[in-house]
Design a protein around this ligand. Structure first.
Ligand code: 48F
Length: 262
């Protein structure tokens, strides 16, 4: 007598295919598409989905979290500076104040912080589409109104295999949360629609405020957040500290919500 309930191979296959395609079809017209599931994108996803907006996170990797799994130098402790520890409080991430340095510098275990943030975005109801590589924008009437995507391994096929067309998802707003590469903004820059300044050298103390202040709508229908904002607006590198990423995600969600509801 087996311990587990009975099922054959076709039952398992059907559950995966029906469930995935149902979710996918339900999101081919969404309120917001967030490209990039690092810390800034995940916070934005949590906030938008928890307000009931239909939110998709497109992530090229098989795992979400981006650079949030590690702090710096392959060491898995992340730092945030006040007031961003409030987001750790919301997520239930334990953290410590760093003693004998300055007030308001906190350190936490990266795997704990990252897994809780991913979980918060999922629990809020965001549709999490991993192994999907953003390929291009849908552009209509001078506005970004969708994302073209393909399976990541398909995007990596050799040039000799050319005719594997992607598909597109329509939306009211795209958030570029792809980190230093700013791939969505770059897809506009290569057509001369925006100018990207490229990020500057590191300046930890000033960069976090700068990235939050510059989190904005770069082009109609396109909001930039996290290190993508630094690349777009010529801001200093952040260094391995994440408060600016988390607060930038909060601001990006507010801007996107205004766009969706306008
Ligand atoms: O780089 P990433 O963590 O972006 P972020 O939210 O945070 C930056 C920090 O991690 C760190 C820092 C601050 O301390 O400097 O670097 O700005 O996450 C970006 C995510 O975007 C995905 C990528 O796999 C990663 O998970 N991504 C990049 N290109 C694509 C993409 C693409 N073409 N399609 C889909 N996802």
């Amino acid at each position: 007598m087996n311990q587990f309930a009975q099922a054959t191979e076709k039952d398992i296959t059907r559950s995966i295919v029906e469930e995935f395609l149902g979710d996918f079809l339900n999101h081919i017209e969404s309120d917001v598409i967030i490209v990039g599931g690092g810390p800034s994108g995940l916070v934005a996803a949590r906030d938008l989905a928890s307000k009931g907006l239909k939110t998709v996170v497109l992530e090229s990797n098989n795992y979400f979290g981006g650079g949030f799994w590690l702090g710096g130098y392959l060491m898995n402790k992340v730092t945030v500076r006040a007031p961003a520890q409030r987001i750790f409080d919301q997520l239930g991430v334990p953290y410590k104040e760093v003693p004998d340095i300055k007030e308001g510098l906190y350190v936490a275990d990266a795997p704990s912080a990252c897994s809780k943030l991913i979980s918060a975005a999922c629990d809020a109801g965001a549709f999490m589409l991993n192994m999907n590589k953003f390929d291009d924008v849908v552009l209509r009437d001078g506005r970004v109104c969708g994302a073209v995507t393909n399976w990541t391994p398909v995007s990596a096929l050799p040039r000799a295999i050319t005719c594997v067309d992607p598909v597109a998802i329509e939306t009211k707003c795209v958030i570029d949360a792809t980190g230093h590469d700013a791939v969505v903004a770059n897809s506009l820059a290569k057509r001369g629609l925006v100018d990207l300044e490229g990020f500057l050298g590191m300046d930890v103390d000033n960069s976090e405020d700068a990235v939050v202040n510059n989190t904005s709508e770069l082009y109609p229908g396109l909001v930039v957040t996290g290190m993508a904002a630094a690349t777009c607006f010529g801001l200093s590198r952040m260094g391995p500290t994440f408060g600016g990423m988390l607060e930038s995600g909060v601001k990006a969600a507010k801007i996107a919500e205004e766009i969706v509801r306008s």
